[in-house]
Ligand binder design. Sequence first.
Ligand code: GDP
Length: 328
Amino acid sequence: MLNPFEKVKIPPKTEDLIKIVLNRIPKIGGSTPKEREIKRLDFFKEQLKRYQEFLKEFPRIEELHPFYRETVEIFADINRVKLCLGAMNRGVQLSLNLIERYRRLIKGSDEKEANKLMRQCVGRVNSILRARKDCIDQVIDLASQLKKLQAIDPNMLTIIVAGPPNVGKSTLVGKISSAKPEVASYPFTTKEIHVGHIDTGLYKIQVIDTPGILDRPMKERNKIELKAINAIKNLEGVILFLFDVSNQSLYSAKEQIDLYEEVKSLKKVVIPVLNKIDDKNEELYNQIKSHLSAEGKVFEISAEKGLGLDSLLNYVLNILQNAKVLGK
Ligand code: GDP
């Protein structure tokens, strides 16, 4: 299962639901006044069932993969969400019980009383819902935002391509993916994330770039971006950190190295990759290379020209394969 919110059906928000009921009620008839008023209450009940259904489909927060839990946190406070789901549930239960009571009251009442009782009931249910409106609307909004997220599958091994803007991240994602990467919009970033896949025949790996996330110094980040980094950290796999060693590079060696050191502090496997070697700037190249001299493997590629990609990919697939075998 990819996005756990994908299948949730989004119901109307509080005032919209009330409006649907109030607009419809005058149009509902019946062979006797009592029957008519009961049918009207039943219509309200049906609408409330949409909320019940929504609550049933809303994924349990505790059961969410940490990646998605962190993503929920980008939009809302988890404790508040839990509280609101509870409040909505109680509101719906109270409303359904009340409707049941009024149905019985109408059945046992005088024909003349039926309309008054129905109106009383609708008024009381509206008040119950409105008293919880902030909560109800918040969880509905949350679910509809989460539903729109495209699928990063947190259970799939992942190659995360990081590095400053313009170093060639999306070019690399495109070059090593078996099909054209999807363009995904995520709350992490105002930029578009590319999600590609590699099919090894034995298993699938997703490849994502990280514009707006792992591309700037930590001190410049806002709260949402910090949460985004947490979400990304929860994906299982390796980070390829791209350096731009070309004459077109927008960043000095120091800027790139500082960012690399920060990404390394995320405590994931980070593999340094020097990109754009087809247009190598000797000074930049030497500075970065000498900083990396103590590191294990350093790869040199041209994403655009397809140079060095096979050996990089083999190396990465090996690491991922081992992680998979070890069940890490
Ligand atoms: P991103 O912002 O890191 O995703 O970078 P892009 O993939 O959009 O690439 C930025 C620019 O660098 C584009 O104009 C690419 O054509 C160019 N580029 C990417 N890879 C290479 C490469 O290996 N060599 C050269 N010379 N240019 C490249």
